[in-house]
Structures are given as C-alpha cells and as structure tokens.
Design a protein around this ligand. Structure first.
Ligand SMILES: Cc1cc2nc3c(=O)[nH]c(=O)nc-3n(C[C@H](O)[C@H](O)[C@H](O)COP(=O)(O)OP(=O)(O)OC[C@H]3O[C@@H](n4cnc5c(N)ncnc54)[C@H](O)[C@@H]3O)c2cc1C
Length: 414
C-alpha cells in the first residue's frame, strides 16, 4: 500500500496536453500548498498544441457569447454553456495576456498568438506550469487508477511505481488508443464509443478532376437522405473535398457517416443560398438578355470559372455553345448542376490541420461546474477524454482550457 505524508494533498494529472497543463496550472496556482504532478506517457508534452493550426495554434475563437459559442460543438455544446460562462474565450485571452502572450483574431474569428507560432503557446504553458510549481514527469504513463477505501486514489505508473493522490484529473485526450476511456470505465464511468470527427471526403468525379486547390467560397453541402446540411467554403483537394463547409458537415455527421462507412451521396450547392428554382430563373434571364454569349464563359454566379465550365459540360451544353443554343431541358440540368450537384463520397481522410474524437466519457456522469465525477468523488475530467468536441476554428482548445481550468480550480479544494 503506498503511503506518503501528504497523500491527501497530492494531485495527479494524467496527460500533459492542453487540458492537463491548464488543469495542473489552475490547481497549483489556486492552492500553492498542493503538490501537483503531471504525468505524460510520451516524451512529448503538448505535442498536439505544437502541431496545431498548421503550426500556428488556433487557441480559441473570438465569440464571447457562451450560448452562441456552444452552437459550435456538435457534442457537449449544451453542457458547456455554464462552464463557458465561467471561463470562455475572454478569460482565455486574458489568461494568456497576463502571461505575456497576445492573441489576435482573424476575419473568420479564429484566434492565434500574434507570433503566428504554436511554440509561443507551448513555452507559455511550460513557463506557467514551472512557475506554479507543477512537477512534469514525461515518458511515464498512468497504467491504472484505483479508489482507496479510506478516500483518495492509488495510481499505478508504467514504471511499476505506485503513488497515492487525494484527487486525480483524467486529461488523457481523445480515445485513439483508448487509455483514458479505459481508466474512466474501470472507475465506473460510461464511455460513448469513439469515432473520428473533422475529416475530408474522398470523391473521384470527372467534374472535379484536375481542379485541386480551387475553392468555392459561397457553397453549401448536404448528405442526401439525411438532415445533415452546412454552408461555407468548399475546397477541392487531390482526393476530393475539404474546406470549412465539409469539415463542419463531417463533425455534425460524425456518427451517421461512420455508420454509413463513409459512403454516401453528397449534394453540393455551388451557389449557396440560391435554390434550384432561383438558379433556373437567373439562367433564363441570362439566356434572354445575352443570347449570343458563350455559356461556358458567362458565369453569373460566384463559382470559380474552371468549375463553372465543368458544370456546363456536365449539363450537356457543348463548350462553344451560346445561350441561344441552350434548350429548356439543358438549362434545367445546369440549374441542378449548380445547386444540387450530386457527388459520390467513397471514404474519408483525416484533416491535417485539425482532427478530434467524437465520443468519450459521458457527460451525465460529470458535474460540469467542477468537472468531478458524480459517482467517484475526487476524480475529475478535462479535455477531449470527455464526450465534447467542436468544429474547426479554435473551439476544441477552448473546451480544453475551459474544462481544464474548472477541474484544476475544483481540485485545489481539500
Ligand atoms: C493536427 C491537429 C491540429 C489541431 N489544431 C487545433 C487548433 O488549431 N485549434 C483547436 O482548437 N484544436 C486543434 N486540434 C484539436 C486539439 O489539439 C485537441 O482538441 C486538444 O489537444 C485536446 O487536448 P487534451 O489535453 O484533451 O488532449 P491531448 O492534447 O491529446 O493530450 C492528452 C495527453 O495525454 C497523454 N496520455 C494519454 N494517456 C495517458 C496515460 N495513460 N498516462 C499519461 N499520459 C497519457 C497523451 O500522450 C497526450 O499527450 C488539433 C488536433 C490535431 C490532431
């Protein structure tokens, strides 16, 4: 049986990612008398922070209304409203500013360090942890966490060593590998099975071939036969489609698309928000006013011209045809290509910029004010180990800061 003079005052944090660091710092700063040890299984703490946002780290999102912000979380949004009220993006910005790191907002709301380097965030977190007296142990995983009858926990490390702790924070990240989820399950918590979120779609279609790099700024996409629908820029890649619209769709449809084995029909509106009827009327008006104009160069929509040419061809209109040569049937077909372009999706790829796990520790087993287990007192959760995930744009780190901060503050209590 491990014994230590101050075992009850000892706090163990499992996982040195964004949530674990934030939790450890918040706990150590709130009560300098507690001994906080942060165990990281790998040799690389904050590895995801370092690679995040294409190396720039999209720290949070410039949305300061908790209810509005919560709408960006396909899972956990409702439960996050309270926590975001206590520690949201404004508090995140102030937290980093207070430690010498200024954040800037881009036009789409994403917030990055002004240095545009994730190293700034990594260094800030490491300095803050060191300054607060957090002990970081790398290359040392937590193998098991067991409740002690007398209160507190026995924590078994990958080295075989066992330590006693009054409180434990499980911040072991997404369920890839399942370590955190199995630790939580062993302590009686239900876990929603993990599936990926934030991925891109494989599409091999002649209409898109050779167009990689092209971006339709005003687009919408829906999964045929479902209610899944999103709007925003759609990017053509080597493998198919990506961009904010597709990533949002993948996040909201993470479970449904997984169940479909990522094979489904995608319906793209390249002229969002126009309906097929509106597009047909606009095309008819073009035909009436410019009968001698060549259709393939007469793009009246905000559609990239090379894509427009493909859509015109797919509607059966010859490349050199003028509007006067376009039949009503071809015009209807073109309106459908523009607003309801059906593409077969046959698989997915991870998005290199950001990906997360959908699923994790069920939130009904967790007190969202303290992030403490409802059934196992002294056990706290933060970050991606929870069944919370956001769309791309800084929302996932915000969830890690919010839940980490709350857990850390609550763990400072005896
Ligand atoms: C490539 C990429 C880019 C991203 N970019 C962004 C972005 O710009 N903005 C954004 O908001 N989100 C981004 N995300 C998502 C974001 O990184 C995660 O949501 C966030 O890192 C979750 O933090 P976390 O601390 O919960 O988990 P993690 O960062 O995964 O950290 C968990 C840590 O726990 C360790 N661990 C696991 N099990 C054990 C164990 N048993 N014992 C000890 N240690 C253990 C792991 O090794 C890991 O270091 C990105 C994700 C990826 C993959």
């Amino acid at each position: 049986m491990p014994s230590a003079p101050h075992a009850a005052a000892r706090r163990v944090v499992v996982g040195a990612g964004a949530a674990g660091f934030f939790g450890a710092i918040a706990c150590a700063e709130a009560d300098p008398g507690t001994e906080v040890t942060l165990y990281e299984a790998t040799a690389h703490p904050l590895a995801k922070v370092r690679v995040s946002g294409g190396g720039r780290c999209n720290v949070t999102h410039a949305c300061f209304d908790p209810r509005e912000l919560a709408r960006h979380y396909p899972r956990g949004g409702r439960e996050l409203i309270g926590p975001l009220t206590r520690f949201g993006p404004a508090e995140t910005v102030a937290w980093f500013a207070g430690r010498g790191v200024e954040l800037k907002a881009e036009r789409d709301g994403r917030m990055f360090p002004v240095t545009d380097s994730s190293a700034t965030i990594v260094e800030c977190l490491r300095r803050a942890a060191e300054g607060a007296g957090v002990r970081l142990v790398t290359g040392c995983g937590v193998r098991s966490v067991k409740r002690r009858e007398a209160g507190g926990f026995d924590v078994e490390l990958s080295s075989g060593e066992r330590v006693a702790a009054g409180r434990v924070l499980l911040a072991s990240g997404g369920a890839k590998g399942g370590a955190g989820a199995s630790l939580a399950e062993a302590l009686g918590h239900a876990v929603v099975p993990p599936v990926p979120s934030l991925f891109t779609f494989h599409v091999d279609d002649p209409r898109l071939r050779g167009l990689e790099g092209l971006c339709a700024q005003e687009a919408g996409a829906a999964v045929k036969g479902s209610r899944l629908r999103q709007a925003g820029p759609v990017l053509v890649t080597h493998w198919g489609l990506s961009g904010p619209c597709i990533l949002k769709l993948s996040a909201w449809g993470a479970r449904e698309l997984h169940a479909a084995d990522y094979r489904f029909t995608l319906v793209v509106n390249w002229a969002e928000p126009a309906s097929t009827e509106e597009a047909r009327s606009a095309l008819e008006a073009d035909r009436a006013s410019h009968p001698r104009r060549q259709v393939s160069t007469a793009n009246g929509f905000v559609i990239p011209s090379r894509l427009w040419e493909r859509l015109v061809g797919a509607a059966g209109v010859a490349p050199a045809a003028t509007w006067a040569n376009v039949s009503n049937e071809a015009l209807r077909s073109l309106a459908l290509q523009v607003t309801a372009c059906e593409l077969a999706v046959e698989g997915k790829s991870m998005n290199k910029e950001e990906f997360v796990t959908c699923g994790g520790v069920r939130l009904d087993g967790v007190d969202m004010a303290t992030m403490e287990s409802r059934t196992c007192p002294g056990l706290h959760f933060a970050g991606e180990v929870l069944d919370i995930d956001g769309v791309t744009g800084g929302f996932n780190f915000q969830a890690a800061w919010t839940t980490g901060w709350q857990a850390g503050r609550a763990m400072a209590r005896p």
